[in-house]
Design a protein around this ligand. Structure first.
Ligand SMILES: [Zn+2]
Ligand SMILES: [Zn+2]
Length: 304
């Protein structure tokens, strides 16, 4: 999987930082988390193909996470898109989008499925063969959902040598064992999958927590995840402001990552009061709490 940071500013854009949007690219499919104004341009500057967007997840309805979606959907319509598209977000999203589309008399040719999630919603919003996405409310000034993109565990690696030793004829029987079925050989011996498969390979997970103050909920959502993407609006000079506005400092995010047992943290959503050098310094301080922090910048790509 590949994470592409499209916009890393909070509240308002700067000349070097766009508003919140992050793409997760998995097997060619794109999952877009938030869609601040300017996301379309950032997509064009990045390696992410907008035609491959599978689903869009809007965590909350603050403008810096939302105002780009109407324009992006309009462009997908003008592209002649035919593939269906899912949009997930808090209640109120429908009113916002309908106002935009009715005002412009825009009728989509492709199937647009908008799933509004009521206040307090928690649970799976997408459940596909090899991954799922779940949502959990965070702790922000308005209803805000965090997301967990979770790959399902894959079966263990097939041990060819062992299969040959056991005298299993090559062919479809191998596939049946890989799919977890027992098989019976012509001599009557029963072979179970654990005799030829290694241990299951755990799926990777990406957790997205924007916007929120430090919260046990983020820790729960990020439990043992591969990568946590967490907002880090403020530094140690503005702790009071962070508490008041229900945002996090980078140290808060580092604590969430540490307590959740996350493997890595991507810090993003920076206040315009900091320039790149100051953010790097804030990152160095936060690494005393949790070492593996990647400081996001626009168009940065992270392989996980
Ligand atoms: Zn924000
Ligand atoms: Zn917000």
């Amino acid at each position: 999987m590949r994470i592409v940071l499209l916009g890393t500013s909070s509240a308002v854009p700067t000349l070097t930082r766009g508003l919140s949007a992050t793409a997760l690219v998995r097997e060619g499919d794109v999952f877009l988390f938030d869609c601040g104004e300017g996301t379309q341009l950032q997509l064009m500057r990045s390696s992410v193909k907008r035609s491959r967007i599978h689903s869009i997840f809007i965590g909350h309805l603050h403008g810096d996470h939302l105002y780009g979606i109407a324009g992006l959907l309009s462009t997908l319509h003008l592209d002649g898109r035919e593939t269906p598209l899912n949009v997930f977000g808090p209640e109120g999203l429908q009113v916002f989008l309908n106002a935009a589309f009715r005002t412009s008399d825009l009728q989509f040719e492709f199937k647009l499925t908008l799933k509004e999630l009521p206040r307090g919603f928690r649970g799976r919003v997408l459940d596909e063969e090899d991954f799922y996405v779940e949502a959990l409310p965070l702790d922000h000034s308005i209803f805000c959902l965090g997301w967990r993109f979770q790959e399902k565990d894959k079966p263990g690696v097939f041990n060819l040598e062992r299969a040959e030793e056991l005298g299993i004829p090559r062919g479809p029987l191998y596939g049946r064992l890989q799919h977890g079925e027992n098989i019976t050989l012509s001599d009557g011996r029963i072979i179970t999958p654990d005799m030829v498969l290694g241990g299951p390979r755990p799926g990777k997970s990406v957790v997205y927590c924007l916007d929120t103050q430090f919260s046990e909920r983020s820790i729960r959502l990020a439990d043992k995840c591969t990568t946590l993407i967490h907002e880090t609006t403020f530094g140690p000079d503005a702790i009071d402001m962070a508490r008041e506005r229900k945002h996090s400092t980078m140290e808060d995010a580092a604590r969430v990552a540490k307590e959740a047992g996350a493997q890595t943290l991507i810090a993003t959503h920076f206040s315009t009061r900091y320039d790149g050098r100051q953010i790097a310094q804030i990152g160095d301080d936060a690494r005393e709490v949790f070492e593996p922090i990647t400081i996001a910048r626009d168009l940065l790509e992270v392989e996980i």
